[in-house]
Design a protein around this ligand. Sequence first.
Ligand SMILES: *Cc1c(COP(=O)(O)O)cnc(C)c1O
Length: 397
Amino acid sequence: MIRVPACPTGTGSGTTIFTEVTALAQRTGAVNLGQGFPDTDGPPAMLEAARTAIAAGANQYPPLAGLPELREAIVTQRALRYGTHYDVDTEVLVTTGATEALAAALLAHCAPDDEVIVFEPYYDSYAASIALAGGRRRVVPMRPDATGRFGFDPDDLSAAVSHRSRVLLLNSPHNPTGTVFDAEELAAIADCCRRNDLVAVTDEVYEYLTYDGAVHTPLATLPGMRERTLSISSAGKTFSATGWKVGWVCGPAHLVEPVRRVKQYLTFASGTAFQVAVAQALGTQQPWVRAQAARLQTNRDRLRASLVATGLTPYVCQGTYFLQADIRALGTADGIRFCRELPHRAGVAAIPSAVFYDDPADGLPIVRFVFCKKPEVLDEAARRLAGLTTPYHQEAV
Ligand SMILES: *Cc1c(COP(=O)(O)O)cnc(C)c1O
């Protein structure tokens, strides 16, 4: 039997901290800044397109690879935005969210005992998918620099590679740190992949959600990388439709074909009407996406100001839905305990970043807040957090 790692802060009954914090937020009426989904809907024309598609009978299985119109839209988007070209029939595959694309890519390209390199902290599904594939996780630590931006040391990357390394998994813009990997970092990663003949799997679900002029560059655009990279993205974050679960993977045919064979027996295919709507949105809703990124940047600033006012120390966030903060100035270093108590103490819920580490101790004083919520929700959270200014250790709980 393949063992999927339990969440380090799970209760032992298979409940993750996400479930626990959400339940706690509901029980206490806390403002939930824990889970990463927006509380407003995506572009109205996209929602209407899905309703129209359902009414017009788009309710049966789509093709395994996805509707041709959506594959066309994805290939066009990658070409226009990044200058990377893919064949509509053999080099793009529509999936049930980025989650299925990631799982299928790992199941297809990681054999038992192969090593997969991931940057830590990492998105929670990575460890589970690597375990399902029978692979071994090798982490490259990300740490904050003097400005508070998380990055990695190229020596740590070299040290993580061995003769068993097969896949490198890169998430940029990065959840939970908010880092957008820069040219120098990407060059070091590409160099490592080329020299060690690694398959790169890139999670680019926040490709449009970058702030302050930060630019997302797909790893596949670097020299020699298109031929060894599977680029994964999804409509969920781009169009504020996380429940639609329309994702995709692009790459050279020899890497996509094995993913297709796995995907065939995971879900086969899903979301016909949503695929119709996303195909239209990719071509027509860029102005909405730009406006949404600007709204999120304003939200980030609003949340950052309220965290600073509360005495927390926010890190740099260049993209995504997430802002991390250090809690030590409040007189505690235990983010897990802090997040279990925060709904009671302040009426706000957040996620301890420790859950994104192999060893929770490495991320213990860091807490992750989301800002993909309405401005009035963030203002209410700010009002509530303002009541937490008393040094944390002086208050009995
Ligand atoms: C939300 C998220 C996903 C999941 O994307 P879906 O399309 O909803 O499956 C994958 N990776 C990261 C980093 C995410 O934050």
